[in-house]
Ligand binder design. Sequence first.
Ligand code: TRP
Ligand code: ZN
Length: 465
Amino acid sequence: MRRGWRWCVAVGAVAVLGAGCTGGDDEGRFRVGAADVGDPYVPGAGNGGYDVAHYALKVRYEPPGRRLTGQATVTATATTGLSRFHLDLAGLTVDRVRVDGAPAKHRRDGNELVVTPAHGLPAGKRFTVEVAYGGVPQPLPSGELGDGGFHATGDGAIALGQPESASTWYPVNDHPSDKATYEIEVTVPDGLAALSNGVPKGQSSRDGWTTWRWSEGSPTASYLTTLVIGNYRVSTGTHAGKPLVTAVAATLPANGPAATALARTGEIADYLASLFGPYPFDAYGGIAVADERIRYALETQTRPVYGPGFFRGDRPNTEVVAHELAHQWFGDSVSLARWSDIWLNEGFATYAEWLWNEHDGGRAVAQVFADRYAATDWTKPSVDPGRAALFGDAVYQRGALAVHALRRAVGDEVFFRILRGWLAERRDGTVTTADFVSHAERVAGRPLRPLFDAWLVGATAPALP
Ligand code: TRP
Ligand code: ZN
């Protein structure tokens, strides 16, 4: 899903803004859609030649055999004439592919599913791809970043990971630059929970199997989808008129730190909304898992997943909740066009931790800023940190320092106006660092590029604004 004129520029087909983006030139000329979106941080991820609007997924999972059977219906629009196109799919066996209801040829090439429809797809054409598939899903080795993807657990499974994970359980254009809406149906043995993103659409049971239905109506980046199956204490309520679903692994204590921290989800989201503007989605929630392989929390849309390491002490860790909820605005609603700009997610989410902590009676933001400023290695850049440093201090801490430096430079009133305007104007979109810098300059009415250069990429400690 791409919005507005940026899309026309992205496909490079039309020079004049506002002119028709599709049809015309490419009509009748078919070529092979790119096997890769061209993001050097994630070679092979994403594809070219189409833009997905919606995924309708039906998956069934049998924990004893670790087998997943799936039916995916992908609704997309061709952005160029296509004779053939790729989807990302890691492992699994494809039984059948249909394009617009007609059988299509398909083959596998590593983690790609290559589909050749019976007829070429003209540029601008809306089409559906139905894929029937199955197998034993696996994690996706991401080298130094740890494994993302599908983790079978003793009682079920956890599909989770950044920068990639989705292709381990469904065919996908696996890059945040192509966000789409989702409907996810998960069928599991009776008694197990099956959690995913968005609004709960009910459960039904038949012949020993229960189907859980979820609907995410806001554009979602594929790495922000999740599937969590197993024995969980699920609590379904509402917050601010929207469904709030939290789930805590049954092996974690019922009133322990994980449950206590997650119970503050609504309160923390409201605090963040008072700073950033309205909560961007139709549902709230969180999932605390017990599997030790999940060494992170991830801001999966509407329902972050928290690894067990965050809740070891007896004091509930609400900072991590503030961090993942802040991502609902920074990262989920306003998303990355490319991974090299990840500080736009992590710098703001880390800064939100500082703000929440101060609000919640913890250390003052000014103090955290001073300490981090003194401890920072300025030789490492926040922007384009390199793949191995995607989750490093230069992204999280230096990124947060840059956010506070902006606040010091322009003052509180303008600072929060910059943030709220950015989130409102770019809602559901994908962005770059340059977009943020020009937005900030426009709202502040003064040049800010030198400030961002110094705080984000300069090799020496910047002067305090
Ligand atoms: N983006 C996550 C956060 O900041 C952290 C994270 C880094 C992560 N690498 C990951 C989560 C791999 C899951 C998998 O909250
Ligand atoms: Zn984060």
